[in-house]
Design a protein around this ligand. Structure first.
Ligand code: S3P
Length: 450
């Protein structure tokens, strides 16, 4: 099964020390938001360091379909000539968001309060993911949705002609849902209020403020109360996208488990709503340091240095940290296999509705490679036996999920026997240079049909 063309089977084998500088691509979350908010501003937004992965390229295409002029100037430099809040045109064709939950959910929110109709679809993975989390709140603004059974894509959204502002408490920890409601609130009159009980990534709030919207966040007993004043004129911006901590996680974790490694991963966005993995790794005893800490474009940034860490111990990850590392649990479970003892991950139900059921996908693959994993509806526990006791040797399924694919390739770099993957093609959704970057550091990854 592949929604990405021909499957690309791959194998990753134990390698010598990983050494060098890993220049990972731009942040995926910030890249999507730069294009969408650029399209809703009046005038030209310039973006440097945009992630040119399939997910973000699909969002760029979608913004063109809604009437924005999106230009690729080469080398990660893009411009978006926006149509203004409420200025979206009705797309002539179906919007295909590929594999991207973030893309489709944010765009549905952004168009939900304009008097236009749009139909959305995606690949097999995206078309099986729940959309009620978006259709419920946008209905409060006055938008209608018509999807397949269970609120699945393909789905048509009829935007509200006379939107009303809403007050909405996000029922699950989800930055996508929070962001969709805020983007919908942009074209509603008056104040839209979003309440989140657990803090999730706040790139939308930061960027809205940067584009000149009136937005405040109050920390109360109810949680974070975010208030946005609707119908602003968004002012175009120049945005430098920090490098993605979720992509940095792969070379960092590889360096921790491969003997003798020393890898520098520069210019990584370390927004506290994203940096939970690195805190967890340090608690496990990883030799990981932040160098050259600074702020760029409103986001904290640092260079990460990761060295081989043979003495890591399993830890219990606090559930309150889950949102700040939600995309990193798959690769954490790989590091846990090389640590000693149990790594306990609780409060992670959301992992079951990502690009794949990530607990199921990792547990199955890790067990096949000789690692003990226990799991339940919203928890899992990986038991490691130290760095030299990871058997490997199995073929794993990527389930159309880029982070599952990359996690198993990292597993192979430290395991006793090579680890194979049925299909590495999803990797291009978020980290198109993963193979050459890891190979340049010293990894042994090969495509099996070449
Ligand atoms: C994202 C939010 C998270 C994350 C995804 C990107 C975003 O999803 O898993 O990769 O950019 O807002 P949820 O909102 O479903 O937690």
């Amino acid at each position: 099964m592949s929604g990405h063309g021909t499957p690309i089977p791959m194998t990753s084998a134990k390698c010598g020390p990983l050494k060098g500088v890993a220049e990972v691509p731009g942040d995926k979350s910030i890249s999507h938001r730069s294009l969408i908010l650029g399209a809703m501003a009046v005038g030209e937004t310039c973006i440097f360091g945009l992630l040119e992965g399939d997910d973000v390229l699909d969002t760029a295409k979608a913004m063109r379909a809604f009437g924005a002029e999106v230009t690729d100037h080469g080398g990660g430099e893009w411009s978006v000539y926006g149509v203004g809040v409420g200025g979206f045109a009705e797309p002539e064709n179906i919007i295909d968001c590929g594999n991207s939950g973030t893309g489709v959910r944010l765009i549905m929110g952004a168009m939900a309060t304009s008097p236009i109709t749009a139909t959305f679809t995606g690949d097999t993975s995206l078309n099986s993911r729940p959309m009620a989390r978006i259709t419920d709140p946008i209905a409060l603004f006055g938008a209608q949705s018509f999807g397949r059974k269970g609120d699945r894509l393909p789905m048509t959204i009829v935007g509200a002609a006379d939107p009303v502002p809403v007050k909405y408490t996000v029922p699950m920890p989800s930055a996508q849902v929070k962001s969709a409601v805020l983007l919908a609130g942009l074209n509603a009159p008056g104040q839209t209020v979003v309440i989140e009980r657990e803090a999730t990534r706040d790139h939308t709030e930061r960027m809205l403020a940067g584009f000149g919207a009136e937005i405040t966040t109050e920390h109360t007993d109810e949680g974070h109360v975010i208030t946005l004043t609707g119908q602003p004129e968004l002012k175009p911006q120049t945005i430098t996208v920090p490098r993605d901590p979720s992509s940095a996680a792969f070379p960092v974790c590889a360096a921790l488990i491969v003997q003798g490694s020393d890898v520098l991963v520069p210019n990584i966005g370390l927004n506290p709503t994203r940096a939970g993995l690195f805190t967890t790794l340090q608690e496990m005893g990883a030799n990981l340091s932040y160098e050259n800490e600074r702020t760029e474009g409103g986001e904290p940034v640092a260079d990460l240095r990761a060295r081989y860490s043979p003495d890591m111990q399993g830890v219990e990850v606090p559930p309150a940290r889950a949102a700040s590392m939600i995309d990193e649990y798959p690769v954490l479970s790989v590091v846990a296999a090389f640590a000693k003892g149990e790594t306990i991950m609780r409060g992670v139900k959301e992992l079951r509705v990502k690009e794949s059921d990530r607990i199921e996908a990792m547990a199955t693959g890790l067990r096949a490679n000789g690692i003990e994993v226990k799991d339940g509806p919203d928890w899992w526990i990986v038991t490691g036996n130290g760095p030299d006791n990871v058997p490997g040797g199995a073929t794993c399924a990527s389930h159309l999920d880029h982070r599952i694919a990359m996690s198993f390739m990292i597993l192979g770099m430290g395991a006793q026997n090579p680890v194979s993957l049925d299909d590495g093609s999803p990797i291009t959704t978020s980290f198109p240079i993963f193979e050459p970057l890891m190979t340049a550091l010293g990894a042994k990854i090969r495509r099996n049909n070449h």
